[in-house]
Design a binder for this molecule. Structure first.
Ligand code: MN
Length: 174
């Protein structure tokens, strides 16, 4: 792997209209974002659909809580994983070419991944774990084994409950 170190990534687990995971990678000074309906997998046999969504500001990587009712994506969000990402080559160029190879050093996700856009299917990308020492082709998925936030240790259900009890204030999207 070549390239500058020190970029950030986050995976939000988000229960909007439907439950999904948002992979956000720091590229070109912003968080490029993909919604992954089934969540990331560390099994190289699993190709996960990752739909390109809106960019988010870098500081959104810190967000965990409840997006206010009436806003886009209203519902609970946890920081399911976060850490640093190292790209193979220039990530801005890779993004434009719609194929990004990267190595994650998160608390849950580690090692090499590839993310690329499907031919003739704009904004539909696939996220695939590469075979390395962090890949696992058997057993339970990490999203099931480790459902909690890496920041608060709360589950998305617990965030939702705290919101409904009035113990956390909703977040207003800018
Ligand atoms: Mn989302």
């Amino acid at each position: 792997m070549s390239g500058k170190k020190g970029y950030i990534f986050v995976v939000h687990k988000h229960k909007g209209r439907v439950l999904h995971y948002d992979l956000r990678l720091e590229i070109g000074g912003t968080l490029k974002s993909w919604a992954i309906p089934k969540g990331p997998s560390i099994n190289p046999k699993n190709k996960r659909l990752a739909v390109l969504t809106a960019d988010h500001a870098l500081d959104y990587a810190e967000f965990e809580g409840y997006i206010e009712e009436g806003s886009y994506g209203a519902g609970p969000v946890i920081i399911w994983d976060r850490g640093s990402v190292v790209y193979d080559g220039d990530p801005v160029k890779s993004f434009k070419q719609k194929k990004i190879n990267f190595k994650l050093s998160g608390e849950k996700l580690r090692g090499l991944f590839t993310l690329f856009e499907l031919k003739n299917s704009p904004d539909n990308w696939l996220l695939i774990k590469k075979a390395d020492e962090f890949a696992e082709s058997w057993g339970q998925e990490l999203i099931d084994l480790k459902p909690q936030s890496v920041v608060s240790n709360l589950t998305i259900e617990e965030i939702e409950k705290l919101y409904k009890e009035g113990k956390i204030q909703p977040y207003r999207c800018k």
